[in-house]
Design a protein around this ligand. Structure first.
Ligand SMILES: C[S@@+](CC[C@H](N)C(=O)[O-])C[C@H]1O[C@@H](n2cnc3c(N)ncnc32)[C@H](O)[C@@H]1O
Length: 342
């Protein structure tokens, strides 16, 4: 209990006084107001500043004991319990949130304390229901990852909201990263009326669906992973863009090669393999089209060099090429995107 100056007021006027004190910035929010018979006591920060407030509302100034309001920890380091002092600086400063699932990277030194990390995430974030730990890298053709359950409910399925759209996803079965949300907005904002768009590696549909929904243009979304494709179809329906999005469960190489000059914009969000699909992407793109080519690189200049070299191999000189960093993957690796105009 904490002793504090407070305003005592009859119950019938309590709500009005609470609002006045809040508005004046005088209510202590770290202490819980309490009832005493027919009166309510509000702890205040600066009794000298109350001025005319008391008399006007029939309230009086006094002192009393109050219970502290438990404060929600603001960082994982603050929330975590049971981790030795010398390992505290290994505690990650952030985690990804997909729907109501938190995904956390567990540094090797903290593996024995993974459950403590999970509990700390739940303590910090009331909207999180599941905490998963990364149990390996994103890998394989379908770019999925293994997870370990750390805390909360036992599931990997959730519904995520991004830029006004909803996406159902099962993280153990299909790729999805909330970290690309800004990049998706950038691409959506570049799409112009009348365009036809090909999303060669659509996953559960975040690029394709946001483009259809916000730009109203037709999009072909290609995805090879049958599980991701199932979510893509579901998300197309959830976002009511069935008339604009054609979902295809096939190899993007075959789809692109079979539709010559059909598209004004081609999205190649497959950083570990996009350059292997560039020949077919150029078949599907009409003259003057834009390709967004994503890749892992050591720097922006490194990705520009890789894209230019591949274009040269394919005998193509682009009319425009700009490269930017999308995000850092590690200290020495980034994901970059080249916007190539043919
Ligand atoms: C990095 S993920 C990108 C997903 C999506 N663009 C997003 O923003 O969430 C790459 C996707 O390409 C899919 N993929 C891999 N090879 C493919 C191919 N040959 N044809 C079509 N999709 C493919 C994977 O299954 C995976 O879902």
């Amino acid at each position: 209990m904490v002793r504090s100056p407070c305003v005592s007021v009859g119950r019938e006027r309590a709500e009005r006084v609470r609002r006045e004190l809040l508005r004046a910035g005088l209510l202590r929010t770290d202490l819980r107001p309490r009832r005493e018979g027919e009166r309510v006591l509000f702890p205040v920060t600066d009794p000298g500043a109350l001025g005319g407030l008391l008399g006007d509302l029939g309230a009086e100034l006094t002192w009393s004991e109050f219970e502290e309001v438990p404060r929600r920890p603001r960082s994982l380091r603050e929330a975590v319990e049971g981790i030795p002092e010398e390992l505290l600086n290994e505690v990650p400063s952030s985690f990804d949130v997909v729907g109501d699932i938190a995904v956390i990277h567990i540094p090797p030194a903290l593996e024995p304390y993974a459950a403590e990390l999970g509990r700390a995430v739940l303590k910090m974030s009331p909207s999180i229901r599941v905490v998963l730990g990364e149990a390996g890298p994103v890998s394989g053709e379908f770019r999925t990852r293994e997870y370990v359950h750390l805390a909360g409910e036992r599931r990997t399925h959730t519904v995520h909201r991004e830029n006004g759209c909803v996406f159902e996803v099962d993280l153990a079965r299909a790729y999805f990263s909330p970290r690309l949300s800004g990049e998706r907005s950038r691409v959506v904002s570049m799409v112009r009326e009348g365009e036809r768009v090909l999303d060669m590696f659509s996953g559960v549909g975040p690029f394709a669906i946001q483009i259809a929904r916000h730009r109203g243009v037709p999009v072909t979304a290609v995805e090879l992973n049958p599980d991701a494709y199932r979510f893509l179809v579901r998300n197309v329906a959830l976002n009511r863009v069935e008339r604009l999005v054609e979902a295809v469960n096939e190899d993007a190489r075959r789809v692109a090669a079979s539709r010559p000059s059909a598209y004004d914009r081609v999205i190649m969000n497959h950083p570990s393999a996009s350059l292997e699909f560039l020949r077919e992407a150029m078949i599907a793109a009409r003259e003057g089209a834009t390709l967004h080519v994503y890749g892992f690189a050591s720097s922006v200049a490194d990705w520009e060099w890789k894209v230019r070299s591949r274009l040269e191999e394919l005998g193509r000189v682009p009319s425009g090429l700009t490269v930017r960093k999308v995000r850092e993957v590690s200290a020495s690796r980034i994901i970059a995107v080249a916007d190539v105009t043919l």
